[in-house]
Design a protein around this ligand. Structure first.
Ligand code: CA
Length: 522
């Protein structure tokens, strides 16, 4: 310390001696804190900064307004666990080993938190984890077990299982703020704050039961899609709103219906049991509040059960009510964390990122869930605020990927980015100096098949204008979309004579990307 202060004193003397005509010194910025906020399955269409027709999210919008919004932010494999592994490693799924939700993350590999911890950061993780192995590289971690429930979760804190009472979205925020309060203030922090919400099965918190109402949300243009021009992959999935469970998804109770229509199962079927398991978790007070909130929609359903297309639309409305209520809690809690940064004076030197592990279908193509390389699930929200270095009010078209997060944070922290990370630091874009050679195309690959929702394996390339997808494994089918003319992706042009030049060019780009990313045939 003595040496350092003498050195700074000498520097000041030297500087004063020759500073008469020089610019005033600019102090180097201290290393930034990092607050990485990631939710689960939050579609851009449910964020008002992205022009939502469904909900207002003032706190997420605030991050965008005071920083930068990415209009083209994409996930490289649209499913929960793989997306998290990409974020931690800066590598695609085929290299980090988590291809689908069934695999265990190898925590011995190099990760963002480990590199930041070695560089002197306090590293912490609170909330959803979903990678099966215990977290590594964190000074403190407290995570939900697997998906975790919406109410009264068990969590694993540094290896010990603890029980909590309350609404999970609120609790994860309480624990995050407690962790930040208790941290060593002499170290910069990297706080990874990850919500379960708004993942299926979308259970609202007590504050937002007013979403459970007869308010009508607009149906997306493609709600009644018939998949006419597309491959069997689009037709044969199992993620239609039409097939949602009355019990588990839509919160009707046995007695409100005779059979849960998707399975044809009677009371006691699997989805009914799943729902009963969630319902059993409530404390008596929570249960009373829940029952009161759902009483009217349940009675209306019992007394006047819709059928056919009316039932599908009823399911969509019911789904939107619960999904958006879950989002409202997320947004409120983000407001709490932003207020904490303001009150501690840490806001200026903290990079705040809001994103989701991928996008989600809110009725587009008649679907819920994710997985496909189509736009609603390929896109993920990305807004970033860092008042010390990022100008407010920016909007960028530059393509960002979740594989870029680790390199970006390392860059800002002054840590060397390992050569084998495949993403690229977003720092120049954040600082309003997008390089001329920034990527114009991205590679995507999805592997979980056979599996939940029956989405076939596929890979593809998305450029600024086009998207080429190859479904493989038990199928060999290609799809091409001209996003400028067909943003809803309902017109597959792969066989169209006028587009054969485009197809050839995209196949070349795809081969180049697969080679540079070291994708091997499986
Ligand atoms: Ca997810």
């Amino acid at each position: 310390m003595k040496y350092l202060s003498l050195a700074s004193f000498a520097f000041v003397l030297l500087f004063s001696a020759c500073s008469q005509s020089a610019e005033p010194p600019t102090e180097p910025l201290p290393r930034p804190n990092i607050l990485y906020i990631m939710t689960d399955d939050h579609a851009n269409r449910a964020i008002s900064a992205y022009g939502s027709d469904l909900i207002q999210t003032p706190n997420i919008d605030r991050i965008a307004k005071e920083g930068i919004l990415f209009k083209n932010s994409f996930v490289t494999n649209s499913i929960c666990a793989p997306s998290r592994a990409v974020m931690l490693t800066g590598k695609y799924s085929h290299l980090n080993g988590v291809l689908d939700n069934g695999q265990v993350f190898d925590g011995s590999q190099t990760t963002l938190p480990k590199l930041l911890q070695e560089a002197g950061y306090f590293t912490a993780l609170v909330g959803k984890w979903h990678l099966k192995s215990h977290p590594t590289g964190f000074d403190y971690w407290n995570v939900l077990i697997d998906q975790g429930p919406y109410y009264n979760p068990d969590m694993i804190e540094n290896g010990d299982t603890l029980k909590y009472t309350g609404y999970t979205t609120d609790l994860i925020t309480d624990l995050t703020l407690q962790t930040l309060e208790k941290r060593d203030p002499n170290k910069p922090f990297c706080m990874i704050y990850q919500h379960k919400a708004p993942h299926r099965n979308w259970m609202p918190g007590p504050k937002y039961f007013d979403f459970v109402s007869d308010k009508k949300y607009p149906l997306p243009e493609t709600f009644w899609d018939n998949y006419a021009t597309r491959s069997a992959a689009a037709r044969e999935q199992d993620m239609r709103i039409e097939d949602m469970f009355l019990s588990y998804d839509l919160k009707m109770m046995p007695g409100d219906f005779e059979k849960d229509d998707n399975t044809g199962g009677l009371k006691g079927s699997k989805p009914v049991l799943w729902w009963e398991n969630d319902y059993k978790r409530f404390t008596p007070e929570q249960k009373a509040a829940w029952d009161a909130a759902y009483e009217t929609v349940r009675r209306n359903f019992r007394e006047n059960p819709p059928t056919g297309k009316d039932l599908t639309e009823w399911k969509y409305q019911r789904y939107m009510q619960d999904y958006l209520a879950s989002v409202a809690s997320v947004d409120e809690n983000i407001g709490r964390v932003l207020a904490w940064l303001d009150s501690t004076g840490l806001a200026k030197n903290t990079i705040v990122v809001y994103t989701s592990d991928q996008g989600f279908y809110l009725g587009e193509h008649g679907w819920y869930d994710k997985r496909f390389m189509y736009e609603p699930s390929l896109r993920m929200p990305l807004v970033v605020r860092y008042p010390a270095a990022i100008k407010p009010g920016q909007v960028t078209e530059a393509m960002a990927l979740n594989v870029d997060f680790a390199p970006t944070f390392l860059d800002f922290a002054g840590v060397k980015i390992p050569d084998d990370m495949q993403g690229r630091s977003l720092r120049p874009i954040l600082e309003d100096q997008t390089p001329a050679d920034w990527r114009k195309a991205m590679y995507y690959q999805y592997y979980e098949y056979p599996g939940f929702h029956a989405v076939k394996k596929h890979y593809g390339v998305r450029t600024e204008r086009y998207k080429l997808i190859h479904f493989y494994d038990d199928i060999d089918a290609w799809e091409l979309y001209d996003l400028a003319k067909d943003p809803n992706e309902v017109n597959n042009l792969y066989e169209d004579a006028e587009y054969q030049g485009v197809v050839a060019d995209l196949k070349n780009q795809l081969a180049g990307l697969r080679q540079s990313l070291k994708v091997t045939e499986d």
